[in-house]
Design a protein around this ligand. Structure first.
Ligand SMILES: [Zn+2]
Length: 445
């Protein structure tokens, strides 16, 4: 009797363990199967053949960006649209890490969590997907780069939707060239970092607001050059005396070198880290490239240069757009998403409401009183340009970053043009097209 009893208990334990294991297997099968199915060892899609019968990719207006027809992948008929959306759509090679055809290849190929690839498309699992970008806006922005390299990123900081994501150089996914241009596999908007130059003055201003109690009454003085730790920091002009508002709007180097020195290395480092410069943000399962800010062992001169976006400073375009979104929305911006139905991964809480409101006032003052509101017709914009020295005999990178505060158009943007020289003249006109066209798209004009 005793022996039968203990055998029953062992049998019961084994049965329970079996059922638990089976349950776990089913759970993993359903949860992770798209990941297993999209592994490169899966010959069905690793050769690009999965795309031959993959679902259609649409933009936010229902325009077809890629579809499969008679066993071929066919892209939008407009060359500019194909070039402009390459980094969000992808090609057959899966070389572009941010492209939908790379990140969601299993779903596009009609993979179902329970039936795998076993279901006929007539049953409704067609694998169609929609991007949040407006392909017409992207094409206009792509053309505005005029063959120069760089990136443009515009997104709605309240919903997270990316309306414009363009990276150059690009290539035609319909007729992939034998030699892909160098750097074309990278989506510069998400995966690259650049020397920021004067757009970094946003970070230095935030640090001044938070760590210099009397920041509003500080008078800064510029004589065109000033000694910091034994070496000069130079400015393009003799700006004379000014407060922080004026110094920011006129983009005075001496003023911001001075502010960085007053804030000190430790608090500059803390601020850059808190604002997400050294962090990576998750956008549709892809991580943005981390920027660089490192003054832990910097000399006074290096600290001064770091406050104006030189030294070893690096920033990523999407990250800068998120930062501007936070300035425009009380310190906390929605993280971006460029796939419809994929929710943003929460919010980027970067600064207090008080700091954000002051920063927004300073950035808005810069556009209203210096750049001129005609630059972004019909929008209420705050922004900062940058011209970043990159050395190696190259012309500086041109930048502009900012946001619009209009209730029906809550957009944050970042544009960088490699070797563009002055940001105002190189990145500025591209930002103008991107912002006014994105506004039309949002307003349904
Ligand atoms: Zn100056």
């Amino acid at each position: 009797m005793k022996r039968t009893m203990s055998r029953s208990i062992i049998a019961l334990i084994l049965a329970v363990a079996f059922l638990l294991g089976l349950g776990f297997l089913c759970y993993k099968y359903v949860c992770d199967s798209p990941m297993w199915a999209s592994q490169t060892f899966n010959a069905y899609i690793s050769s690009g053949k999965g795309l031959a019968c993959a679902g259609t990719i649409y933009d936010r207006n229902g325009t077809v960006l890629a579809k499969s027809e008679n066993g071929e992948r066919v892209y939008n008929e407009d060359l500019s649209v194909r070039l402009a959306t390459l980094h969000s759509v992808g090609d057959y090679s899966y070389n572009i890490a941010t492209a939908l055809q790379t990140t969601h290849r299993a779903e596009l190929a009609g993979h179902n969590r329970i039936f795998g690839y076993g279901l006929p498309s007539s049953l409704g699992f067609s694998g169609d997907m929609t991007l949040t970008v407006d392909s017409v806006v992207c094409a206009k922005v792509y053309d505005a780069f005029g063959g120069r390299n760089g990136a443009c990123f515009v997104y709605n900081y309240k919903t997270g939707e990316v309306l414009c994501m363009v990276s150059t150089p690009s290539y035609d996914p319909q007729n992939v060239p034998e030699e892909v241009p160098e750097g074309a596999y990278l989506n510069n908007a998400i995966s690259s970092t650049y020397a920021p130059g004067s757009i970094f003055k946003i970070i230095t201003t935030v640090a001044a607001i938070e760590y210099l109690p009397d920041w509003e009454n500080i008078t800064l003085n510029c004589d065109g050059e000033e000694d910091f730790g034994g070496d000069d920091v130079t400015c393009l002009e003799h700006h004379g005396e000014m407060d922080i508002y004026e110094a920011f709007a006129r983009s005075c180097n001496i003023a911001f070198a001075d502010l960085a020195a007053q804030v000190g290395a430790e608090n500059m480092q803390k601020t850059a880290e808190k604002l997400g410069i050294t962090e990576s943000f998750n956008i549709c399962s892809v991580n943005t490239a981390k920027g660089v800010y490192d003054v832990k062992n910097a000399t006074l001169n290096e600290l001064a240069w770091s406050g104006i976006g030189q030294h070893t400073d690096m920033t990523n375009p999407a990250q800068m757009a998120i930062l501007c979104g936070a300035v425009a929305s009380e310190g906390s911006a929605k993280l971006p998403t460029y796939i419809e139905g994929v929710s943003p991964k929460g919010n980027a809480e970067l600064m207090s409401k008080e700091t954000a409101d002051i920063m927004a006032e300073i950035m808005r003052y810069t556009v209203r009183d210096y750049y001129g509101d005609s630059m972004f017709e019909g929008l209420t914009v705050g922004a900062k340009t940058g011209t970043a020295e990159v050395g190696e005999g190259k012309a500086p990178n041109g930048w502009i970053v900012g946001y619009s505060e209009d209730e029906d158009c809550p957009l944050a943007f970042a544009v960088v043009v490699e070797e563009g020289d002055y940001g105002f003249y190189s990145a500025g006109p591209i930002a103008r097209i991107a912002m006014t066209e994105c506004a039309k798209s949002l307003r349904g004009e």
